[in-house]
Design a protein around this ligand. Structure first.
Ligand code: ADE
Ligand code: ZN
Length: 345
């Protein structure tokens, strides 16, 4: 591929048009304020904000926990199976507009089951939406069940047990919520069990937590990808290992700025990660809260950093190679990616 033949001014259009996978998306984080209020009305839930504008105005976060407090409050409007379906279909429409062809969605069952919502309603609505996304948008979607790390490992085991009758509807487990003080080691046994069950394993690590959490996610939880992982750059030996083993990092630039991991996009290390030979990908994390879906993450990050066409190609290609899709699907998407780049030369 002759990347130098692609003019810099064609890059924004190419960033949107190129096929891509999204691998780090909390479906509850795609709940737009308008849908939060519509679902609150539908379910008779009272919100602690008088209006959509007042809710949006509260999206001024100082760190991960300040975001999580509002994110869990927003998720309280999800009650019935249709709510989960409607939320996911709204996400898929946005993802399709950004040419996402494959999505691996995180969901947080404990956020719902702890309020009395049946697990079957959560996974029923989400899996129905995944099937519909294939029909309506041509998006292949799958689900990854995340354990909340601020809760106990026993609670994670109970959630896994509750999920097993629905095993065909999710492909793996993840670990999210407040990172500080909740190291990967806390979930060693439940991740081992997930591995025995043949589930894929991923974990948030090195977002706010130290590089040691990334090492523990790899060595203790045996994860196949690291979610975020941006703080690996504080540890040169860890960077060398991540590059050597090509462990994918699902990076979320707008999230990192909103949660003040970095002061602005100009200081974001996405280019440094790519230049270090890491398998980095671009994702939206919680797009309704962080100012944009995956297309906006690409567009704004490329506008702020000295990233070029070869970086765009690497990021899209990495999104496919890092996915849990079949080799046949990956090859098909990478061929479509090559065609998109060839067409813009
Ligand atoms: N849950 C939703 N978004 C998250 C994030 N960025 N980090 C940890 N837990 C989350
Ligand atoms: Zn996340």
């Amino acid at each position: 591929m002759n990347f130098d033949a692609i003019a810099q001014d064609r890059l924004p259009a190419l960033l949107r048009a190129m096929p891509k996978a999204e691998l780090h998306l909390h479906i509850e984080g795609s709940l737009e304020p308008e849908l939060i209020f519509a679902l609150a009305r539908r379910n008779g839930v009272t919100l602690p904000y008088p209006s959509v504008d007042a809710l949006r105005a509260a999206y001024a976060f100082t760190d991960l926990q300040s975001f999580l407090d509002i994110y869990y409050a927003g998720a309280s409007v999800l009650v019935r199976e249709d709510d989960f379906y409607d939320m996911a279909m709204a996400y898929f429409a946005r993802a399709a507009a950004d040419n996402v062809v494959h999505a691996e969605l995180f969901f947080d069952p404990q956020t719902h089951t702890d309020r009395g919502v049946p697990f079957a309603a959560v996974i029923g609505g989400l899996s129905r939406a995944c099937a519909q996304a294939a029909r309506v948008h041509g998006i292949e979607a799958s689900l990854i069940l995340c354990f909340l790390r601020h809760l106990s490992e026993d609670a994670a085991f109970a959630t896994l047990d509750e999920a097993l009758p629905h095993r065909e509807h999710f492909i793996g487990v993840g670990l999210d919520s407040g990172e500080r003080g909740n190291p990967p080691e806390k979930f060693a046994r439940v991740f081992a069990r997930a591995g025995e069950l043949g589930l894929h394993r991923v974990a948030h690590a090195g977002e706010e937590g130290p590089p040691a959490y990334i090492r523990a996610a790899l060595d203790v939880l045996h994860v196949q990808r690291i979610d975020h992982g941006v703080r690996c750059l504080e540890d040169a030996a860890l960077v060398a290992r991540l590059a050597r083993e090509q462990i994918p990092l699902t990076v979320c630039p707008l999230s990192n700025v909103k949660l003040r991991v970095f002061p602005d996009l100009a200081h974001h290390p996405l280019k440094a990660l790519l230049d270090a030979g890491l398998c980095a990908t671009v994702n939206s994390d919680d797009p309704a809260y962080f100012g944009g879906y995956v297309g906006a993450n690409f567009e704004k990050t490329f506008a702020a950093l000295p990233l070029a066409a070869r970086d765009a190609y690497a990021l899209a290609r990495n999104s496919f190679t890092a996915s849990f899709a079949s080799a046949e699907r990956k090859a098909r998407w990478i061929a479509a990616l090559d065609a998109a780049f060839a067409a813009s030369q």
